[in-house]
Design a protein around this ligand. Sequence first.
Ligand code: ADP
Length: 165
Amino acid sequence: MARKFVRALFPGSFDPITNGHLDVINRGMKLFDELIIAVGRSPVKNQLFTPKERVEMIAELVVDMPGVSVESFDGLTVEYAAKKKANVILRGLRSLTDVQYEFQLAMTNRAVTGIETVFVMTSEQYGFTSSTLIRQVATLGGNLSKLIPENVRNRLQQRLKKRES
Ligand code: ADP
């Protein structure tokens, strides 16, 4: 029997995208035929980049990845997944603390629409990386070269310079 075509949606705030997210994207790429990275436009706490800027940074990073695309969306993730005809939601796990929240979210999404969520575990070196932490460390001038891609690092520097001036 032919294998079913699987299109996955990887939703998140991505403010900004980190090497941890990229790790999940690279793993997801191998599992699915298509992967849509969906940047939520709903306001996030202490937003640093606009949804447009977040999409631009991700687009620069996935330009050579076959089957991977990025867009932004409003409203409920499950509704957007249905609109894009995605069969699966992809999420990343860092630790047991993530599991509790993600479990609840996945159960709710499945109860509402029947969509399955697939989890991948990040590489150990990104187990402590979060966008919130990146924003904090960047504000304090810390070295983030191992945790975020170069294009994000450059944009962060520009953004923080602007804030100072
Ligand atoms: P959200 O606000 O929806 O949690 P995020 O952008 O913070 O959006 O995260 C999107 C997804 O990526 C979530 O499933 C989150 O658990 C996962 N994620 C975030 N950082 C990492 C990381 N370092 N390693 C693996 N997965 C991660």
